[in-house]
Each structure stands twice: as C-alpha cells, then as structure tokens.
Design a protein around this ligand. Structure first.
Ligand code: S3P
Length: 171
C-alpha cells in the first residue's frame, strides 16, 4: 500500500456478524496485523471465554475486555475485532472514538441466528431460549452499534472480500 493506516480499525457488531472473517481479510488487504479481543483475553488467561464466564463471571470478563481495548489502541494501528458486547460500554466507546475507527458489521437477526444456533461456545446464549436471548440482545444493541463511524451491511450475498474492500475504501 502507498499509505499508512493512521488509526486502528475496530470491528463491532453482534455475535455471528462475521467480524473476525471480515477483519482478517481487511487486515490482509491493508497489510496490517489482525487482532481479536476475545483471543487476547483467552491467551492471557489460558482459558476459553466460556471458562472465564463460568469461573470469574461476566463483570470480570468485561474488565479484561476494556484493558485489552485500551492496550491495543495504544499500540500500532491494526484491525481489531471485538466481542459483540464490547462496544456497549461507555468507556470502550469513548476509547474507540478517540483512538480508532469503529466499523459496524450489520447483519440481520435471521442471518445471525443461522450462524450462531449450531455453536454452543457462547456463554450468553446458554439459556432456555437462545433465539429469544439473541433477539433481545439485538434489539438492545443495534441503537448503540449505530453510533459507529461506518456501517457495512453484511449479508450472504456479499463476499467477505467485498465487505473488506468497502471498509478499505472508506477509511
Ligand atoms: C459476546 C460475544 C462474544 C464474546 C462473549 C460475549 C457478547 O464474541 O465476547 O461471549 O456479549 O455478544 P463474538 O461477538 O465474537 O461472538
């Protein structure tokens, strides 16, 4: 690339939106590292996200999430994928708006459900009615994701490469 990325691009959006896949493709296109908050937290704790929720609870997880976001936004610009709840905390949104560019990958509820329903790794969906839980999260979170700097529609008709290219053109 003939230019350098000035700010970290932070991928936000619901579980199942494709933040990791699009973030990876984008990082490759821009020639910068790809990082992922969940992965950083798991590596530091030597536990999976599900184990951390089980053993230490969600508030502990959220505190680690904020630490990771702060640390990575203070480092070299990269593409950073976040867990679906990360953009909800005021502190995280304020860090991201100061030091990064928030990109919301906007997928509709049916697509999200079709992607998450077969995977039982997400602790927040371990409820008697996971689809109802996902719907409630979706309704609560969408108005907050709308505060992102850029919205990219995610649908099965748009390839990961195309979504990454749209972001690359806009930043
Ligand atoms: C969460 C989403 C997960 C993970 C944790 C909480 C959420 O990440 O951070 O299970 O609050 O939506 P993905 O969005 O990558 O699934």
């Amino acid at each position: 690339m003939g230019w350098t990325l000035k700010k970290t691009i932070v991928m936000v959006g619901m579980m199942g939106a494709g933040k990791t896949a699009v973030g990876r493709a984008l990082a490759e296109e821009l020639g910068v590292p790809f990082l992922d908050t969940d992965h950083e937290i798991e590596t530091a704790a030597s536990m999976t996200i599900a184990e951390i929720f089980d053993r230490d609870g969600e508030p502990f997880f959220r505190a680690r999430e904020t630490e990771v976001i702060q640390r990575l936004l203070d480092g070299r610009p990269c593409v950073l994928s976040t867990g679906g709840g990360a953009y909800l905390a005021d502190r995280n949104r304020s860090l991201i708006s100061q030091k990064g560019v928030a990109v919301w990958l906007n997928a509709d509820l049916e697509l999200l459900w079709s992607r998450v329903k077969h995977r039982n790794t997400r602790p927040l969906l371990k409820t008697p009615d996971p689809k109802g839980t996902l719907t409630a999260f979706y309704e609560k979170r969408v108005p907050i994701y709308q505060q992102a700097d850029l919205e990219v529609p995610a649908s099965p008709d748009i390839s990961v490469q195309d979504m990454a290219a749209r972001v690359a053109q806009a930043v």
